[in-house]
Design a protein. Sequence first.
Length: 133
Amino acid sequence: VMPGCGSGDAEEAAPSAEHTAAHEALTGSEEADVDLDDEGNIIGVMFSDTPTDAQLQAVAGLTTLTDLSFEGETSDDIIPHLKGLTSLKSLELGEDSKVSRSGLAELSNALPGCSISAAEQTIGGPAGSDEDE
């Protein structure tokens, strides 16, 4: 049984320490918008501003995360936090993204099932093709 993330019957399945910490780090901020599934697991996170290290560490531990979006400034510093998110299907880096081409390639290799879009380019799916538009 996969424990929930704070919404659900706490007596039946207490949230794991990782989910509790992630939930507090992400929902305690106006910069992070969180989507939950029916079991209370975090499946989507959208940052409206540059995420803090604590928020990135919280995201790195979310095994149920499928959608992640950054509207604020990001750089290659986010890559180590995101490479283990194998459940991720969609990663959007906004117009203020400073993630390098090599950083995008590294993420694409680490997350082959994830569509990655950054400003004017998209790297998606297992083929890892670039579309410069």
